[in-house]
Design a protein around this ligand. Sequence first.
Ligand SMILES: N[C@@H](CCC(=O)N[C@@H](CS)C(=O)NCC(=O)O)C(=O)O
Length: 227
Amino acid sequence: MIDLHYFPTPNGWKVSIALEELDLPYRVVACNIGRGDQFKPDFLAISPNNRMPAIVDTEPAFGGEPVSVFESGAILQYLAEKTGRLLPTDPRGRLQALEWMYWQMANQGPMCGQAGHFRNYAPEKIEYGIERYSNEAHRLYRVLDERLAGREFVADEFSMADILCWPWVHLREHHGQSFEEFPQLERWYEQLLARPAFERGLAVGLDLVKESGGMDEEARRTLFGQR
Ligand SMILES: N[C@@H](CCC(=O)N[C@@H](CS)C(=O)NCC(=O)O)C(=O)O
Protein backbone atom coordinates (compact mmCIF):
# COMPACT_ATOMS: atom_id res chain seq x y z
CA MET A 1 0.00 0.00 0.00
CA ILE A 2 1.17 3.52 -0.73
CA ASP A 3 0.37 6.43 1.59
CA LEU A 4 0.21 9.66 -0.38
CA HIS A 5 0.84 12.75 1.75
CA TYR A 6 -1.05 15.26 -0.26
CA PHE A 7 -2.93 18.46 -0.82
CA PRO A 8 -4.51 19.22 -4.23
CA THR A 9 -1.93 21.49 -5.90
CA PRO A 10 0.06 21.07 -9.16
CA ASN A 11 2.84 19.16 -7.39
CA GLY A 12 0.30 16.99 -5.57
CA TRP A 13 -1.61 16.27 -8.79
CA LYS A 14 1.52 14.91 -10.44
CA VAL A 15 1.48 12.01 -7.98
CA SER A 16 -2.30 11.46 -7.78
CA ILE A 17 -2.43 11.34 -11.60
CA ALA A 18 0.56 8.96 -11.78
CA LEU A 19 -0.98 6.63 -9.18
CA GLU A 20 -4.25 6.63 -11.13
CA GLU A 21 -2.46 6.00 -14.43
CA LEU A 22 -0.56 3.11 -12.85
CA ASP A 23 -3.66 1.79 -11.09
CA LEU A 24 -1.72 1.35 -7.85
CA PRO A 25 -3.64 1.09 -4.56
CA TYR A 26 -3.06 4.15 -2.36
CA ARG A 27 -4.43 6.05 0.60
CA VAL A 28 -4.50 9.82 0.83
CA VAL A 29 -3.03 11.30 4.01
CA ALA A 30 -4.10 14.95 4.16
CA CYS A 31 -1.27 17.46 4.43
CA ASN A 32 -2.98 20.81 4.92
CA ILE A 33 -0.12 23.13 4.03
CA GLY A 34 -2.12 26.24 4.95
CA ARG A 35 -2.42 24.95 8.53
CA GLY A 36 1.17 23.79 8.99
CA ASP A 37 0.90 19.99 8.57
CA GLN A 38 4.17 20.15 6.62
CA PHE A 39 6.03 21.09 9.82
CA LYS A 40 4.82 18.17 11.92
CA PRO A 41 7.71 15.92 13.01
CA ASP A 42 6.15 12.77 11.48
CA PHE A 43 5.90 14.52 8.12
CA LEU A 44 9.38 16.07 8.30
CA ALA A 45 10.77 12.58 8.94
CA ILE A 46 9.69 11.61 5.40
CA SER A 47 9.93 15.04 3.75
CA PRO A 48 12.66 17.14 5.38
CA ASN A 49 12.11 20.12 3.05
CA ASN A 50 8.62 20.64 4.58
CA ARG A 51 6.95 20.31 1.20
CA MET A 52 4.38 17.87 -0.05
CA PRO A 53 3.85 15.54 -1.94
CA ALA A 54 5.59 12.62 -0.31
CA ILE A 55 4.83 8.91 -0.30
CA VAL A 56 5.46 5.93 1.93
CA ASP A 57 5.39 2.58 0.16
CA THR A 58 4.97 -0.36 2.52
CA GLU A 59 5.81 -2.81 -0.27
CA PRO A 60 8.81 -1.57 -2.21
CA ALA A 61 9.52 -3.57 -5.38
CA PHE A 62 13.07 -4.10 -4.08
CA GLY A 63 11.73 -5.62 -0.85
CA GLY A 64 12.57 -4.85 2.75
CA GLU A 65 11.30 -2.09 5.03
CA PRO A 66 8.75 0.50 3.89
CA VAL A 67 10.37 3.28 1.91
CA SER A 68 9.54 6.99 1.87
CA VAL A 69 10.15 9.34 -1.08
CA PHE A 70 9.87 13.14 -1.25
CA GLU A 71 10.18 15.48 -4.30
CA SER A 72 7.59 14.82 -6.99
CA GLY A 73 10.19 14.02 -9.67
CA ALA A 74 11.82 11.39 -7.46
CA ILE A 75 8.38 10.00 -6.58
CA LEU A 76 7.39 9.59 -10.23
CA GLN A 77 10.73 8.02 -11.09
CA TYR A 78 10.33 5.64 -8.13
CA LEU A 79 6.81 4.66 -9.24
CA ALA A 80 7.94 4.28 -12.85
CA GLU A 81 10.81 2.02 -11.83
CA LYS A 82 8.56 0.05 -9.45
CA THR A 83 6.03 -0.70 -12.19
CA GLY A 84 8.20 -0.68 -15.32
CA ARG A 85 5.87 1.92 -16.84
CA LEU A 86 5.94 5.68 -17.60
CA LEU A 87 9.70 5.62 -18.26
CA PRO A 88 10.76 4.36 -21.71
CA THR A 89 13.02 1.32 -21.57
CA ASP A 90 14.98 2.31 -24.67
CA PRO A 91 18.01 4.29 -23.32
CA ARG A 92 17.52 7.27 -25.65
CA GLY A 93 13.82 7.52 -24.83
CA ARG A 94 14.56 7.17 -21.12
CA LEU A 95 17.12 9.97 -21.34
CA GLN A 96 14.56 12.28 -22.97
CA ALA A 97 11.98 11.60 -20.28
CA LEU A 98 14.60 12.33 -17.61
CA GLU A 99 15.74 15.53 -19.36
CA TRP A 100 12.19 16.86 -19.36
CA MET A 101 11.66 15.72 -15.79
CA TYR A 102 14.65 17.85 -14.72
CA TRP A 103 13.44 20.70 -16.92
CA GLN A 104 10.10 20.61 -15.15
CA MET A 105 11.52 20.37 -11.66
CA ALA A 106 14.19 23.07 -12.12
CA ASN A 107 12.38 25.48 -14.44
CA GLN A 108 8.65 25.18 -15.06
CA GLY A 109 7.68 24.44 -11.44
CA PRO A 110 9.82 27.07 -9.65
CA MET A 111 9.40 29.89 -12.20
CA CYS A 112 5.65 29.43 -12.69
CA GLY A 113 5.37 29.16 -8.91
CA GLN A 114 6.99 32.58 -8.55
CA ALA A 115 4.79 34.02 -11.33
CA GLY A 116 1.74 32.70 -9.48
CA HIS A 117 3.01 34.16 -6.21
CA PHE A 118 3.72 37.67 -7.45
CA ARG A 119 0.55 37.79 -9.56
CA ASN A 120 -1.88 36.34 -7.01
CA TYR A 121 -0.56 36.28 -3.46
CA ALA A 122 2.00 39.04 -2.86
CA PRO A 123 0.46 41.58 -0.47
CA GLU A 124 1.65 44.44 -2.70
CA LYS A 125 1.71 44.53 -6.51
CA ILE A 126 5.43 44.53 -7.25
CA GLU A 127 5.68 45.21 -10.98
CA TYR A 128 9.27 44.01 -11.29
CA GLY A 129 8.42 40.61 -9.75
CA ILE A 130 5.23 40.23 -11.77
CA GLU A 131 6.96 41.05 -15.04
CA ARG A 132 10.14 39.10 -14.41
CA TYR A 133 8.38 35.83 -13.50
CA SER A 134 5.46 36.17 -15.94
CA ASN A 135 8.01 36.65 -18.74
CA GLU A 136 9.96 33.63 -17.55
CA ALA A 137 6.72 31.60 -17.39
CA HIS A 138 5.92 32.74 -20.94
CA ARG A 139 9.37 31.66 -22.12
CA LEU A 140 8.89 28.23 -20.53
CA TYR A 141 5.41 27.80 -22.04
CA ARG A 142 7.02 28.58 -25.42
CA VAL A 143 9.82 26.05 -24.84
CA LEU A 144 7.26 23.32 -24.11
CA ASP A 145 5.04 24.39 -27.01
CA GLU A 146 8.00 24.15 -29.41
CA ARG A 147 9.00 20.78 -27.97
CA LEU A 148 5.51 19.48 -28.74
CA ALA A 149 5.54 20.59 -32.38
CA GLY A 150 5.18 17.44 -34.49
CA ARG A 151 5.17 15.10 -31.50
CA GLU A 152 2.38 13.64 -29.46
CA PHE A 153 4.11 13.60 -26.09
CA VAL A 154 6.98 15.35 -24.34
CA ALA A 155 9.24 12.29 -24.79
CA ASP A 156 8.79 9.81 -27.66
CA GLU A 157 6.00 7.99 -25.83
CA PHE A 158 3.56 8.86 -23.04
CA SER A 159 5.72 9.06 -19.92
CA MET A 160 6.21 10.58 -16.50
CA ALA A 161 7.47 13.73 -18.28
CA ASP A 162 3.89 14.41 -19.47
CA ILE A 163 2.46 13.83 -16.00
CA LEU A 164 5.03 16.14 -14.41
CA CYS A 165 4.52 19.04 -16.83
CA TRP A 166 0.74 18.88 -17.30
CA PRO A 167 -0.56 20.05 -13.88
CA TRP A 168 1.34 23.33 -14.15
CA VAL A 169 -0.21 24.04 -17.56
CA HIS A 170 -3.59 23.26 -16.00
CA LEU A 171 -3.08 26.42 -13.86
CA ARG A 172 -1.93 28.61 -16.77
CA GLU A 173 -4.21 31.55 -15.94
CA HIS A 174 -2.64 31.72 -12.50
CA HIS A 175 0.71 32.34 -14.26
CA GLY A 176 -0.78 34.94 -16.59
CA GLN A 177 -0.61 32.61 -19.62
CA SER A 178 -3.15 31.38 -22.17
CA PHE A 179 -3.14 28.94 -25.10
CA GLU A 180 -3.52 31.73 -27.66
CA GLU A 181 0.16 31.66 -28.61
CA PHE A 182 0.73 27.98 -27.81
CA PRO A 183 -1.35 25.72 -30.10
CA GLN A 184 0.83 22.60 -29.64
CA LEU A 185 0.57 22.95 -25.91
CA GLU A 186 -3.23 23.25 -26.11
CA ARG A 187 -3.52 20.12 -28.26
CA TRP A 188 -1.32 18.12 -25.85
CA TYR A 189 -3.13 19.52 -22.78
CA GLU A 190 -6.59 18.61 -24.13
CA GLN A 191 -5.42 15.15 -25.20
CA LEU A 192 -4.17 14.36 -21.69
CA LEU A 193 -7.20 15.94 -20.01
CA ALA A 194 -9.31 13.37 -21.88
CA ARG A 195 -7.49 10.48 -20.18
CA PRO A 196 -9.71 9.09 -17.37
CA ALA A 197 -6.74 8.83 -14.99
CA PHE A 198 -6.04 12.55 -15.35
CA GLU A 199 -9.64 13.35 -14.53
CA ARG A 200 -9.55 11.04 -11.50
CA GLY A 201 -6.16 12.33 -10.33
CA LEU A 202 -7.31 15.96 -10.51
CA ALA A 203 -10.37 15.16 -8.41
CA VAL A 204 -8.39 13.56 -5.58
CA GLY A 205 -8.74 15.52 -2.34
CA LEU A 206 -11.13 18.19 -3.55
CA ASP A 207 -12.88 17.82 -0.19
CA LEU A 208 -9.59 18.84 1.47
CA VAL A 209 -9.76 22.24 -0.26
CA LYS A 210 -13.22 22.87 1.17
CA GLU A 211 -12.11 21.85 4.68
CA SER A 212 -8.77 23.68 4.52
CA GLY A 213 -9.93 27.19 5.35
CA GLY A 214 -8.50 28.58 2.09
CA MET A 215 -5.88 31.26 1.64
CA ASP A 216 -6.68 33.23 4.80
CA GLU A 217 -4.26 35.14 7.07
CA GLU A 218 -3.12 31.99 8.85
CA ALA A 219 -2.38 30.25 5.54
CA ARG A 220 -0.46 33.28 4.24
CA ARG A 221 1.65 33.41 7.39
CA THR A 222 2.27 29.66 7.32
CA LEU A 223 3.19 29.53 3.63
CA PHE A 224 4.90 32.86 3.05
CA GLY A 225 6.41 33.66 6.44
CA GLN A 226 9.04 30.90 6.45
CA ARG A 227 12.75 31.46 6.74
N1 LIG B 1 10.03 20.47 -5.73
C1 LIG B 1 8.98 20.05 -4.86
C2 LIG B 1 8.05 21.20 -4.60
C3 LIG B 1 6.93 20.84 -3.67
C4 LIG B 1 6.16 22.06 -3.23
O1 LIG B 1 6.57 23.20 -3.44
N2 LIG B 1 5.02 21.79 -2.59
C5 LIG B 1 4.21 22.87 -2.06
C6 LIG B 1 2.77 22.74 -2.52
S1 LIG B 1 2.64 22.69 -4.28
C7 LIG B 1 4.24 22.79 -0.55
O2 LIG B 1 4.24 21.71 0.02
N3 LIG B 1 4.25 23.93 0.11
C8 LIG B 1 4.27 23.98 1.52
C9 LIG B 1 5.08 25.14 2.05
O3 LIG B 1 5.41 26.04 1.24
O4 LIG B 1 5.37 25.15 3.23
C10 LIG B 1 8.22 18.88 -5.51
O5 LIG B 1 8.09 18.91 -6.74
O6 LIG B 1 7.80 17.95 -4.82
